[in-house]
Design a protein around this ligand. Structure first.
Ligand code: APR
Length: 269
C-alpha cells in the first residue's frame, strides 16, 4: 500500500494520517538524512534555489579537484570564508530535535550531506558525514588529517611533508569514502523510517539513500520548504521550515500528551 499525503503546509496545519502516525510511533530503527536546508535557519546559505551558493559562485572553480589544482588559494579563501560563517552560526531547533531523537530508537543515525558540524554541536552522537567536514583538512599527497577548531589562518595551508592541505570534504566528481557510504547504506536499509530534512535530493549517492529505506518497506518522511525530487515517492511530505516543523513533528510522534498541551489548536483538528 502506498500512503501518500504530499501537501501539508506549515506547522499550524500539521496533521498526519493515522496509519502513518501509528507506523512512526512503532518504528524502532530510524535514520535522518539532512541537507543544507536544515542549517538555513542557523544562517548558513543553501546551495540551490533563490540566493543559493551556486547562484553566486562557480562550483567548478571552488568544489572540484580540478578547481583546487588550478587555484588552491581561491578555493581556500572560499572555505575560510565559509568556516568563519559557520563558526558564528548556532544549531537551531531542527538540529536539537534530531539530537533528542537518538535515544528514543533502538538504532538511529544521522546521515548528513552537510559539512558544517552542526549536528555534533547540537548533541547528536551517531553521525555519518557523507560529504566530509569543513573542520578537518587533509594532505593532498599523504592523506594526513588535521582537525581544526577555528577557521584556517594561513592560506593555503601546507602539510609537514611540504604538500598542500585541502579541505577534508567530498567535491563534485569525487567518490564518497567507501566505509562512509557503506555505513550510511546499511543504516538506510535497516530503517523503519527515514526523515529527510532540508535537501533538494538531487546529489547522488546521498539522494538514493531514502530509496533503500523505501525498498525494505520503511517510511520516508520529508520536511522541506518546497517540493523536491523526493516528494514523488515520499510517504509524507511536510512543507515548512525545518526549525519549526521538526519539534512539532517529533512531539506528535514521541510525546503526544505534550503535543496536545503545546498545540491544542492543531491537536483538535
Ligand atoms: N527548512 C527546510 N528546508 C529548507 C529550508 C528550511 N528552513 N530552507 C531551504 N530548504 C530546502 C530547500 O527547499 C532545498 O530543497 O533545503 C534544500 C537545500 O537544497 P540544496 O541547496 O541543494 O542542498 P543539499 O540538498 O544539501 O545539496 C546537496 O550539493 O552542492 C552540493 O555538496 C553540496 O552537500 C551538498 C549537496
Amino acid at each position: 500500500m502506498r500512503l501518500k499525503m504530499p501537501c501539508i503546509t506549515g506547522s499550524d496545519r500539521l496533521s498526519i494520517p493515522e496509519g502513518i502516525l501509528d507506523k512512526l510511533r512503532r518504528a524502532r530503527r530510524a535514520s535522518v538524512l539532512t541537507g543544507a536546508g536544515i542549517s538555513a535557519e542557523s544562517g548558513i546559505p543553501t546551495f540551490r534555489g533563490a540566493g543559493g551558493i551556486w547562484e553566486k559562485y562557480d562550483f567548478t572553480k571552488l568544489a572540484t579537484p580540478e578547481g583546487f589544482k588550478e587555484d588552491p588559494r581561491l578555493v581556500w579563501e572560499w572555505y575560510q570564508l565559509r568556516q568563519r560563517e559557520m563558526k558564528k552560526a548556532k544549531p537551531n531547533p531542527a538540529h536539537e530535535t534530531i539530537a533528542g531523537m537518538e535515544d528514543h530508537f533502538d538504532e538511529f543515525a544521522v546521515l548528513t550531506q552537510n559539512i558544517d558540524g552542526m549536528h555534533r554541536r547540537a548533541g547528536s552522537r551517531k553521525i555519518i558525514e557523507l560529504h566530509g567536514n569543513i573542520w578537518r583538512m587533509r594532505c593532498s599527497r599523504d592523506g594526513t588529517v588535521i582537525d581544526l577548531g577555528d577557521p584556517v589562518e594561513e592560506i593555503p595551508p601546507v602539510c609537514q611533508c611540504g604538500s598542500l592541505m585541502r579541505p577534508d570534504v567530498v567535491w563534485f566528481g569525487e567518490q564518497l569514502p567507501h566505509d562512509v557510504l557503506d555505513s550510511a547504506s546499511q543504516a538506510a536499509s535497516r530503517s523503519d523510517v527515514m526523515f529527510v530534512v532540508g535537501t533538494s535530493a538531487v546529489v547522488y549517492p546521498a539522494a538514493a539513500l531514502p530509496i533503500l529505506t523505501k525498498n525494505r518497506g520503511g517510511l520516508v518522511i520529508e520536511v522541506n520548504i518546497e517540493k523536491t525530487e523526493l516528494s514523488a515517492y515520499a510517504d509524507l511530505s511536510l512543507f515548512g521550515r525545518a526549525g519549526e516543523l521538526m519539534p512539532v513533528l517529533w512531539s506528535l510522534i514521541a510525546q503526544p500528551e505534550r503535543f496536545m498541551t503545546e498545540h491544542p489548536i492543531i491537536a483538535k483538528r
